[in-house]
Ligand binder design. Sequence first.
Ligand SMILES: [Zn+2]
Length: 399
Amino acid sequence: MEDPRPVVAYIASKELMQISSLLPSNPQRSTLVHTLARSLNLYSREFSTERFLQLVPPQKAERSQLNLYHTDDYLNFVLNPDNADELSKTEYGLEEDCPLFRGVSLYVELVGGAAITAVKTLQHPRWGRHHAKKNSASGFCYVADCVLAIMQLRRLAQQTPSGPRKPRIMYLDLDLHFSDGVSQAFHQTSSTSPNILTLSIHHTAPGFFPSTPLADLPTPTSDPFTLSLPLQQGASNATFLRAWACVERIRTAFDPDFVVVQCGVDSLAGDPHAIFNWSLGPCDDISGRGSLGWCVSRVLNHPDWRGKKLLLGGGGYDSPNAARAWAYLTSIALGNPLPLNTEIPSDETNEFFPQYAPSFTLDVPAGTMQDRNTDEYLRSVERVFEEAAIAIQQRLTAT
Ligand SMILES: [Zn+2]
């Protein structure tokens, strides 16, 4: 008999894990992530009574699918890196933070393919690389999986119209860094029928990557469908709770049919960037309000957030913490959030156990950093987002 529980599709394969573990910015991270998920039993049908996880291997993206966004020139180069010369490397951003590495072409095909596979899986009953540009690599990102997912989702949504209006896609980015690649791809000041909205919560400061005016707080003349919510150093759960009210306000105004969340975890306390002081959990509504787990739980489980959801990874430069965070978010998606004091398995299923010292638990707690987001600053953010929400409603009713 068919399992009546809703499915959570989890896009992973040994090949994707191995090739992602070669990423120069995050060596071996992918192996830690999937090893921890497996050792915590997240793949088991018995893990949750609410939903169950279905492992879906990614299909390699075809050239034509990558071409939906990336330019021919960039693809010619990144998919055939053997005859690379120095000038071309510079032209296509394949130097400094994005050096060519053994396997880069398979990496691009599989990571792009994973995002497209995820969207295709959404099409059937149920179920970030956010700096990459169409013509270059950037910020540890070689393939624009977030953009490809949104473009594929838009195509799918157009094929299956859900009613009198065009389906709307909301992209929410929780990475420490601004989602320049995605925001620029859909930045559409002149468009009259906006059905894609991007909202990035991040840190920005002079000299902090990526440097673009789009990362600043919107002005009254900004495109209200390309939103940016910058936070100052030390952003804590209390600050994220206030930022989240802005996110909810925008969600109400835009009323998305699909939500894509980039769950970069370099915004958590403990990341080597050491800029925010955000905690992983808990995700409950009593003590967890404003934590990463609570925010993602709102999107996944609160009835106000209707429609289908796609969660993507992103930054996160403490690999054990990235594994903790993504295992925890997966348990939330499965409707059975793991307790934060869950012990990291030390048996033969988890050869990376020593890397989880000194706590050896699932938690990524906040530290003692001072929160520099003043009440005055957060009030200005709230004002700007209230205006943006009104502008969105006006634009949507006008079309
Ligand atoms: Zn980042």
